[in-house]
Design a protein around this ligand. Sequence first.
Ligand SMILES: Nc1ncnc2c1ncn2[C@@H]1O[C@H](COP(=O)(O)OP(=O)(O)OP(=O)(O)O)[C@@H](O)[C@H]1O
Length: 320
Amino acid sequence: MIEITNLQKSFGGIEVLKNINITIQDGEIYGLVGKSGAGKSTLLRCINGLETYSSGSIKTNGVELNSLDKKGLRNFRKEVAMIFQHFPLLGRKTVYDNISFPMKCWKYDKNAIDKRVRELAEIVGISDKLKQKPSTLSGGQKQRVAIARALSMNPKILLSDEATSALDPKTTTAILQLLREINEKLGITIVVVSHQMEVIRQVCQKVSLLENGHIVTSGKVDEVFLNVSKELHKFLGTEEMFPSIDGVNLQIMLLENDDSKQVLSRLARTLDVDFSILGGKVERYRDKHLGSLIINFQKEDISKVKEYLTDKQIVWHSFE
Ligand SMILES: Nc1ncnc2c1ncn2[C@@H]1O[C@H](COP(=O)(O)OP(=O)(O)OP(=O)(O)O)[C@@H](O)[C@H]1O
């Protein structure tokens, strides 16, 4: 478990992390999302001990990071691996040598290294590329090599800093799927940093939204979506997506149940009201699909519409 309490970090007198409180359970995939400069990478670097923090606490499995000496920190880093946007592979070495590199540094036995490299190559799907140089691989394949290398020391935690940001959408989905398989098969806790909500939605169970160094929204990803806050609207750029026409715009959230699927036709029949559909979308949240519709109702109907939706336990948001 990673427990971050009242964490504060400054660079040269400028506070870049402010009162951060996050608990990440073992085996969870946790997302940190936010705009550029929000403090995501700094937080990730604090978690793996690459940055010190000014005050507060980070405990990994009960051990306070700031209390570790050099040797303690070196051993701790064996348990926390990291992958990056630009997969820093050794260009002159083969894929095999890249994956085996950390184990060689720690002077592992040659046969054990060979067994582990082949195992990892199989897990990440690059068994046929072991003799190639990174320059002959696609971006997705390079990231797979970087993931295999990150897993070589059997880490308990994998930190992913914008690992899919340089990849096209299809390759991004494939790499996120791989992270999920690794999480499920190997039980590794994964922290995913991204500036894209789409990435977080596909793979994470929980999320914290960072803005200017502090957390503005946290929770289970689908709940954060359902109870979309002003801050999340601002981050997603959706606060201005509702055209200003007469009447009142409601966002109606659609879940994977029958009640929400037929809500509009039932509502119109029961209340005898007219409405206009302004927009809608369906998004994937790990294994679920959640949707939302933006509906414009006439002002005189709005209170009975809200009452009806609340009574039917349909989640809605008003943009008055
Ligand atoms: N080594 C450093 N020295 C001084 N300031 C830094 C340093 N590292 C980061 N910062 C500052 O801390 C703030 C947070 O940066 P950070 O890289 O953590 O943000 P981020 O959310 O990861 O952004 P991005 O997505 O662009 O990487 C920024 O204002 C940045 O300029």
